[in-house]
Design a protein around this ligand. Structure first.
Ligand code: FAD
Length: 339
């Protein structure tokens, strides 16, 4: 595997599409600067952000100054809340002006929607859920996971430009952008209301203030393998026995309301690094693994010996959680209270 020459890297221009909410640029958007480093080396030349809002100037200026990357700030009546269709319109306008090599969205609900629309509108390819980028002589290769991380696939773009969606948590914000005094500025562009599509009406914030995961030494996390809601009792029982332990979940369990979102671990949930993480019936999809891979010790229990979670686990238990967890709890009680 060879590095691309620095000369060819400098020519690469990227449009990074920032996610905004209520005229705030979400922190996660800064991870996109890491994609510049991964594709184009240290040079951010020819790259820019696109950010949308109905009063976005101050935030766009701050983004330009702190990343040293120019920002096209689109301001319009329908843009206070995430609006993928209007976002795609804005991105296509910029793409027609600067003909970038890549257009990078975050792999979020809004980002995926806008990426698909941009890809179709500009008639260019779209590579989704990119989690890593390597280089061959021919150019960058984009890696993504299939079947919950059991298969990795690398893709090359035949000819640019291309749209990418990038997994949250996969790229760290670049340290080499953010040079103070770079002179990067925000350029304001106003847009009118779209006649078609939809209007985001409101958003409801999840309940904050649950810091249990951040403070726990041990996390017992349940995944879809738990089967039924009442089976969560075996996970809760184990957590109640272990010192400073609490329960967490993979996203599907939060989506069906079996566990609050404040307990979701993963790229779009919390990032945790407890002393012990016990993954119960969790397949090991990249989006989950990004949130727990830095745990000091990982124990995974799964009936599937090929589950991807075993590739990050220190201890792999191929067993039914409903058989194993009660036995583990009993054994722990016996050891704590001998006789
Ligand atoms: C934009 C985006 C963001 C996302 N963000 C997150 C995120 O932040 N966090 C997150 O977790 N996911 C996230 N996801 C979802 C993610 O891709 C996976 O779908 C999810 O992590 C899978 O959850 P799971 O492992 O619980 O379920 P599954 O993938 O269905 O796995 C269940 C596992 O349980 C095992 N099993 C079944 N029965 C038993 C049993 N009786 N005993 C033991 N093992 C058993 C199976 O072998 C399987 O491996 C995101 C997805 C997208 C598209």
């Amino acid at each position: 595997m060879k590095e691309q020459s620095s000369d060819s890297r400098k020519k690469t221009g990227l449009i990074l599409v920032a996610e905004t909410l209520d005229n705030r640029v979400l922190k996660i958007s800064r991870e996109l600067t890491g994609v510049i480093s991964a594709i184009a080396g240290e040079s951010a030349a020819n790259s820019c952000f696109v950010a949308c809002g109905d009063d976005i100037t101050a935030q766009a200026t701050e983004l330009a100054q702190t990343t040293a990357i120019p920002v096209f700030a689109f301001q319009g009546p329908d843009l206070r809340l995430p609006n993928p269709e209007a976002m795609a319109d804005a991105v296509c306008k910029v793409a027609r002006e600067i003909t970038p090599e890549y257009i990078c969205f975050l792999h979020t609900t809004c980002g995926c929607h806008a990426a698909a629309l941009t890809s179709v509108t500009l008639d260019i390819p779209c590579i989704t859920a990119v989690e890593n980028i390597s280089h061959e002589d021919s150019g960058p290769l984009f890696c993504r996971s299939l079947f919950n991380g059991t298969i990795k696939m690398r893709l090359a773009v035949k000819s640019g430009p291309a749209v990418l969606t990038v997994l949250p948590g996969a790229f760290k914000p670049s340290k080499t952008t953010g040079l103070p005094g770079s002179g990067a500025e925000a350029t304001l562009k106003t847009t009118s209301q779209r006649d078609t599509g939809f209007t985001p009406v409101d958003v409801a914030m999840g309940q904050g203030g649950d810091a249990a995961l951040e403070h726990a030494d041990i996390i017992v996390a349940a995944g879809r393998g738990i089967g039924d809601r009442e089976n969560l009792a075996v996970v809760e029982e184990l957590a109640s026995l272990l010192p400073n332990a609490t329960v967490a979940a993979s996203r599907p369990l939060c989506d069906i309301n079996w566990m609050p979102y404040s307990r979701q671990v993963g790229a779009t949930g919390k990032t945790v690094s407890p002393r012990l993480y016990i993954a119960c019936g969790i397949s090991g999809a990249q989006q989950h693994v990004y949130g727990m891979k830095d745990s000091r010790c990982i124990v995974a229990i799964n009936t599937d010996p090929n589950a991807a979670i075993f590739s990050v686990a220190h201890y792999c238990v191929v067993e039914d959680i409903l058989t194993f967890l009660p036995l583990l709890a009993e054994e722990y009680k016996r050891l704590k209270n001998p006789g």
